[in-house]
Design a protein around this ligand. Structure first.
Ligand code: KG4
Ligand code: ZN
Length: 339
């Protein structure tokens, strides 16, 4: 089973080829970050138009890199949601047209399922079941993963996602969008203890998160200060520590509650080095092991969609009518009943 995977849910066009036996054969990505930077966020219409421009050349490149052609591709997978509706429709229309022309099965993949399965792209993958901390620009959740399609959400953010909090705080600190990685780089030069931002939701039981108050605390703390380089670095440092304290403590609680022996991190914020170090320690203290996809598989990519598509098609998906797309699609709901 060899699958072409297509990711277009937001501002990255990702195309990859995954083979059930040989593994990942090709992975191409075009990031639109530079294009959206001037606007301080993703402009949906520009995103859709750029996906239209990039998809065909990327598919050609990926097939070449995988030494494959239409005859050696057994199926096609695309991100069916959640995401920007126009961007999703570009990927879905492209994938379905290709599947029709090549007479191959096609399957729509949940974007978060892609992120959750991304650690399986690594050479020493975790076995099921595992606990997953999914931290991206759009989502923050703890998920108990029992197998393909077995996803139980244990807790999630009640307001901003962790990546969104990173991006908004980075903006307060004068960093360009999306500022998560730049804020982390600035935090390295910061001194601990200058600021003391709140650790949201740690004072109450449960596994939900909340990050919007933290961003406000940073804004208030910086209001009457001169934003010199050291102050910005100190604020970045304590903001990052506050987010990481919250995420790691909830992981500790979730490992205790589920008894899982494996913890994986997924999504763009999972690229954060400090978070990785702290999650390793927490996992060790709980008698578990932490697994991380490499940073390029934490952020959006086609490889995770090709892999998820391969597993889904091998399990019998894709024989029914091709799936539609869905901008809002809770994880765990399998039916795609959108446009
Ligand atoms: O998973 P992703 O590529 O896109 C979504 O599906 O949302 O995640 C992007 C998010 C952005 O908010 C970005 O600022 C954040 O991941 N991010 C980071 C780091 N690298 C990317 N946040 C903190 N530290 C990083 N090193
Ligand atoms: Zn994502």
């Amino acid at each position: 089973m060899r699958v072409l995977g297509i990711e277009t849910s937001c501002d990255e066009t990702g195309v990859a080829v995954y083979d059930r036996v040989a593994g990942l054969l090709a992975n191409r990505l075009h990031s639109q970050v530079a294009m959206h930077q001037a606007y301080g966020g993703v402009v949906p219409e520009l995103a859709s138009r750029d996906h239209v421009r990039r998809l065909l050349p990327l598919v050609r490149e990926a097939l070449l890199e995988a030494s494959s052609d239409r005859h050696s591709i057994d199926g096609i997978a695309f991100t069916a949601g959640p995401g920007l509706i126009g961007a999703l429709l570009v990927g879905a229309s492209f994938a379905r047209a290709l599947a029709y022309a090549w007479a191959r099965p096609v399957v729509g993949i949940h974007h978060l399922e892609g992120h959750l399965l991304a650690p399986l792209l690594e050479p020493d993958p975790p076995d099921f079941p595992f606990l997953a901390l999914l931290v991206s620009g759009g989502h923050t959740m703890l998920v108990d993963v029992t197998g393909l399609g077995g996803y139980r959400v244990l807790g999630q953010s009640l307001d901003d996602a962790a990546g969104e909090a990173f991006d908004k705080t980075a903006k307060l600190l004068g960093l360009p969008y999306p500022g998560g990685a730049a804020l982390a780089a600035l935090a390295v030069r910061g001194r601990g203890g200058v600021f003391r931002f709140p650790r949201p939701m740690l004072d109450r039981p449960g596994l939900d998160f909340s990050f919007s108050g933290l961003k406000t605390a940073v804004r208030v703390a910086l209001r009457d200060r001169a934003l010199d380089e050291q102050t910005r670095a100190d604020a970045a440092h304590d903001f990052e520590e506050a987010v990481i304290d919250t995420l790691t403590e909830k992981c500790r609680r979730a490992l205790g509650a589920t008894g899982r022996a494996r913890l994986i991190v997924a999504g763009g914020v999972g690229a954060n080095l400090r978070l990785r170090q702290r999650l390793c320690s927490v996992a060790r203290e709980c008698g578990a092991r932490a697994y991380f996809p490499r940073p390029q598989f934490c952020t959006d990519n086609g490889a995770m969609i090709a892999l998820a598509g391969c597993l889904r098609l091998a399990a019998g998906a894709g024989r029914a009518a091709p799936s539609a797309v869905r901008a809002n699609w809770p994880l765990g709901e399998t039916a795609v009943t959108g446009i």
